[in-house]
Design a protein around this ligand. Sequence first.
Ligand SMILES: [Ca+2]
Length: 356
Amino acid sequence: MSRDSQAWSSIVAIAALTAAGAVACGARGGADAGPARASASASGRAAPPVARPTITVVEIRSPVDDAPMVVVPESTFAFGAGDAPPDLAPAPSAGKVLHPPDVLAARARADGPGASDRPARTVHVRAFALDRYEVTNARYRRFLEAISASHDHSRCHPDEPRDKDHTPRYWREFNPLLRDPAYANTANFSATTFTADDAPVVGVDWYDATAYAAWAGKRLPSEAEWELAARGYDGRTWPWGSQWQWGLANLGGEKLGQDVRSRGKEKDGFIYPTRVGSFPGGRSPFGADDLAGNAAEWCADAIAPVPGATPARGADRAIRGGSSQNLPSGVRTTARAHQEPEFRTFTLGFRCANDK
Ligand SMILES: [Ca+2]
């Protein structure tokens, strides 16, 4: 139970959803373990079937940043992709069909050397709450004003640079990609592309994200928590299900297979991360939005050089969900990425979690 828990506003049940084939909640086995508060029975084999509890979408509000959060109960679930390739079968409706180049590119990525989400294994996580949306520029601005006034970095990560400036990169360097003439014709930046109040804050590194979370009385989610919130109990490939469908997430790659006149345009309408909650049809089983695409999201986990080893100081940190620039395979619920903790780019933000 977090120290802020008593200040949390009353729980509001929004809806009750029952997963197909639901059975009684099966919080089975699995001792709790760090650093991600999750344990894995890494067997090298596909994960055994996991019971599919009933999912009830419950929303609460953080008392510090007033962010809506969804509650995920203590759970055991199948973490990581199984042996089957991702289901990229085209949707039946015209205009929402994957073009052949999209399919080929997506499958190449899903099965390539970068696919580090296998084998699947059974993981147990304690109950937690997760921000329903990525942290927005408006909320981050409040944090930045607070820490700029107080100069109190005592709750920031001990490895971050002394008196670190937590200002997002693109609040200072407007439109940096236009230095590249090849991008200049298609980038379509505006003064508010990366500063709009209701868009996710991007251009923040892992230390910035960690500092915001601490200010808000929260923390970054573990990869296991993030994946459970996105995937639910039925092993779905994307937050809405295992059938690919355009228009349910802000991602990229939609220009592939199109003629040159479509340069700079995408079917979802957005090249860059856009207003959070713009794709309610892609909401996860637990009620979180934009887990697939929009801004990619820092997670708490440090990446070990080999599975099971202790990560080095300054090790890469995990990134989940893909972004407005990824292909369908890159926004799968199990797709993983990582970068050094100082890395900042225009498609990378975060959301927070908290203990329940
Ligand atoms: Ca996202």
